[in-house]
Design a protein around this ligand. Structure first.
Ligand code: NAD
Ligand code: AHE
Ligand code: ZN
Ligand code: ZN
Length: 369
């Protein structure tokens, strides 16, 4: 079938809106009509050329919501008409990783997904007879996509698409990092570096679990007001700190953070996030994605003296199990998504969404199909 898509032909170039071809679902696959998709910083990161797994030409996008319109042979867990959120971290419930109960990183289709292919090693998208790569197994910058069944979370039908799409990445990543990965306890002091689409969800996750101090760190002063609305108790702009930022944060928290979260993708900030943690027990969680060739460093003494460095992908959430629950939290008004969606755009204007992200004017832009 013909579908409308924003195609990334080359790294560093704007997306191009084209009519592309999409083959129907094969065994274990599902055709989804997307109704909305968010634009995450990771889409920007891959388009920039910094992603070692970036492949072109491709259809980016991994934060969608839509409706099942057709299923391939053998599909049992979803049917035509179901409302779904695509999962870049699938949940097969039978691989070694799923069965370990120690991680959400299902590996059933990770190898082909990282090569921009469906599990059978081919693509469903093409343009002028040439294949277009899938992205993070989702490719939500198209009004239809084909997904493996294990990479779809079935959600309730009264949930709006133009807000719940954000649960497909940013909301789950931020709240999940607090709740599922770090398991922040009530009364903890938390420092969040980067108050964008992810960091603000870390803030609301920290508030949800009853954290004590919730300190937000951002170089964009416009982030203070919205972060306070989501539960931030103190704001630190590194540009306004006289002297060393780490010492300032250690002093502010009377000894260091119990938990810190890096939500930027800056390896220098990752070091600060670790080193502002409390001696003996502070835990620093890396969420930000850093470009090819970049590495983190610290003095091993930081770890010897009890700080721990951890990371979180998709908030540690098991998508098919946890995403429907997070949709419930939203529908029950336990979490706020609406106020983080600052812009709604047509697919034709998607490059404007990238510009708003780059210039710090948006929290989340959502493309509504
Ligand atoms: P964003 O652009 O919305 O937010 C980034 C924020 O960081 C902005 O507010 C910006 O002003 C701030 N910032 C930039 N440099 C800074 C600095 N030196 N000090 C303090 N603040 C600074 O991006 P986002 O969508 O929130 O994504 C954040 C990061 O998380 C990206 O690296 C993205 O790729 C990554 N990410 C990871 C996962 C995961 O599963 N691990 C999921 C989604 C996104
Ligand atoms: N491809 C990059 C890494 C990108 C990355 O870390 N992706 C996160 C999700 S970011 C969503 O916005 C993730 O889930 N990682 C786990 C995985 O298996 O990809 C690289 O550096 O190669
Ligand atoms: Zn994302
Ligand atoms: Zn699995």
């Amino acid at each position: 079938m013909d579908v409308r898509a924003a195609v990334a032909f080359e790294a560093g170039k704007p997306l191009v809106i084209e009519t592309v071809q999409l083959d129907g679902p094969k065994e274990g696959e599902v055709l989804v009509e997307l109704k909305a998709t968010g634009i995450c910083h990771t889409d920007h990161f891959t388009l920039s050329g910094a992603d070692p797994e970036g492949l072109f030409p491709c259809i980016l996008g991994h934060e969608g919501a839509g409706i099942v319109v057709d299923v391939g042979p053998g599909v049992k867990s979803v049917k035509k008409g179901d409302h779904v959120i695509p999962l870049y971290t699938p949940e097969c419930r039978e691989c070694e990783y799923c069965l370990s109960r120690k991680t959400n990183l299902c590996q059933k289709i990770r190898t082909t997904q990282g090569k921009g292919l469906m599990p059978d090693g081919t693509t469903r998208f093409s343009f002028k007879g040439k294949p277009l790569f899938h992205y993070m197994g989702c490719s939500t910058f198209a009004n239809y996509t084909v997904m493996p069944e294990i990479a779809l979370a079935k959600i309730r039908e009264d949930a709006p698409f133009d807000t719940t799409c954000y649960i497909g990445c940013g909301v789950t990543t931020g709240i999940g990092a607090v709740v599922f990965t770090a398991k922040v306890e009530p009364g903890a002091n938390v420092v969040v570096f980067g108050l964008g689409g992810i960091g603000l969800n870390v803030i609301q996750g920290a508030k949800l679990v009853g954290a004590n101090m919730i300190i937000g760190v951002d170089i964009n002063p416009a982030r203070e007001a919205i972060a306070r609305k989501f539960g931030m108790t103190h704001f630190v702009n590194p540009k306004e700190v006289e002297g060393d930022l780490v010492s300032h944060l250690v002093e502010l928290t009377h000894g260091g953070a119990d938990y810190s979260f890096e939500c930027i993708g800056n390896v220098k900030v990752m070091r600060q996030a670790l080193e502002c943690c409390h001696k003996g027990w502070g835990v620093s969680c890396i969420i930000g994605v850093a470009g090819a060739g970049q590495e983190i460093s610290t003095r091993p003494f930081q770890l010897v003296t009890g700080r721990r460095w951890i990371g979180s992908a998709f908030g540690g959430a098991r998508g098919r199990t946890d995403v429907p629950k997070i949709v419930d939290w939203y529908m029950e008004k336990k979490i706020n998504i609406d106020d983080l969606i600052t812009h709604r755009l047509k697919l034709e204007d998607i490059n404007e969404g990238f510009h708003l992200l780059e210039t710090g004017q948006s929290i989340r832009s959502v493309v509504v199909y």
